[in-house]
Design a protein around this ligand. Structure first.
Ligand code: 3PG
Ligand code: MG
Length: 395
């Protein structure tokens, strides 16, 4: 069933409850400032549309971090409220709690238009999908909009249960629609060759997505720390590289399942004695004792680049090495430049790879840069997410 469109809805004088994913990275020390506001920036078009269409109130819900059901000033949405106010040029009121008593009165005042509820995960009911909490939240509005793609894989009160109280009045926001449309074009008849690039730290985090990708793609390029368990599973020594036994056995399973020989592994590496060590090129697949692989090497960059050049569809998740450190960033940056140079339909998802794409300055050349990490992987794996399914069919 097609997702409905908020553009077609009459919002004049209506109060709208909107779930966003404002879970943005903050500096670790006070004053806590936002280090990457992409998720908020991507939500702005939905807020503007609701305002243009004459909504009388916009009550925004989001989580930030994992405060485990308890108020914790470290995870306050205050920096988000400030950022939104400065971007929109209007007041944004931050409530003390998502369900405080003063909130009802506040919502009666005609002058308060934009209200941001304090972190919804300060309440234990959110992650438990508590229906009492969902009902309370539903009382703030006549219409529900879910624009929190990044949290759509969570079955929580404000992403899932709340739909029960908005039968026929629940809609995806503009970002949610854009995300689902882009990701579903990877799943439905992608132009071939389809090349996926998967990196990052652990095989166990992504095994289900890799299994699914193996069915969908023509070539699967593996990089980052994820590559070492695969190399070891094929009998290569990996020195001191990150490589758990569990990941080696998962990698063995995936290699055995790869009947078509779609999986490509690094042929050479950039290694060092440790994270702070001096980078050296290791020209062989095998990594010597005492050395740790921290990036893909020049031959691998060349060969992965050749695969990317032929692709008509590309999906990328996870960096090729420790790109936060300049000495080990070349592999990841080369992949970003290579994808940017193609005419392929290209999608990148996941916090680290998205940050790498931003760092490369090539983001605008990607067809779609997803705001979801876990959500985009789960969508690829399952073809649906609880938060999206609830919008389509209710709960
Ligand atoms: C994310 O950043 O992945 C989303 O905001 C979801 O957060 P969570 O992984 O803590 O549920
Ligand atoms: Mg997450």
């Amino acid at each position: 069933m097609q997702l409905k469109s908020i553009q077609d809805v009459d919002l004049k004088g209506k109060r709208v409850v909107v779930r966003f994913d404002f879970n943005v990275p903050l500096t670790k020390t006070e004053p806590r400032t936002i280090t990457d506001a992409s998720r908020i920036d991507e939500a702005i078009p939905t807020i503007r549309l609701l305002l243009e269409k004459g909504a009388s109130k916009i009550v925004m819900i989001s989580h930030l971090g994992r405060p485990d059901g308890q108020p914790n000033p470290k995870y306050s949405l205050e920096p988000v409220a400030e950022y939104l106010a400065s971007k929109l040029g209007t007041d944004v009121i931050l409530s003390e709690s998502a369900v405080d008593n003063g909130l009802r009165n506040l919502l009666q005042l005609p002058e308060t238009k934009l209200v941001l509820l304090e972190n919804i995960r300060f309440l234990p009911g959110e992650e438990k999908n508590d229906m009492e909490l969902a009902e309370k939240l539903s009382q703030y509005g006549d219409i529900y909009v879910n624009d929190a793609f990044g949290a759509a894989h969570r079955k929580h009160a404000s992403t899932y249960g709340i739909n029960a109280f908005f039968k026929g009045r629940a809609y995806p926001g503009l970002l949610m629609k854009k995300e689902i449309e882009s990701l579903s074009s990877l799943l439905e008849k992608p132009a071939k060759p389809f090349v996926a690039i998967v990196g990052g730290a652990k095989v166990s985090d992504k095994i289900k997505t890799i299994e699914k990708l193996l069915v969908m793609v023509d070539t699967l390029l593996i990089g980052g720390a994820m590559a070492y368990p695969f190399l070891k599973a094929r009998g290569n020594s990996v020195g001191n590289s990150l490589c758990s036994d569990d990941d080696v056995s998962l990698a063995k399973q995936l290699l055995a399942a790869d009947k078509g020989g779609k999986i490509q592994l690094p042929k050479d590496h950039i290694v060092a004695e440790g994270l702070e060590g001096k980078p050296e090129t290791c020209h062989t697949i095998a990594i010597p004792e005492g050395k740790m692989g921290l990036d893909i090497g020049p031959m691998t960059i060349q060969s992965y680049g050749d695969h990317i050049k032929t692709a008509k569809t590309i999906f990328w998740n996870g960096p090729m090495g420790l790109f936060e450190s300049k000495a080990f960033a070349r592999g990841t940056m080369s992949i970003a430049h290579e994808i940017a140079g193609t005419k392929a339909f290209s999608v990148v998802g996941g916090g680290d790879s998205v940050a790498a794409v931003q760092q490369s300055g090539e983001a605008s050349k990607f067809s779609h840069v997803s705001t979801g990490g876990g959500a985009s992987l789960e969508y690829i794996e399952k073809g649906e997410l609880p938060g999206v399914q609830a919008l389509r069919f209710g709960v």
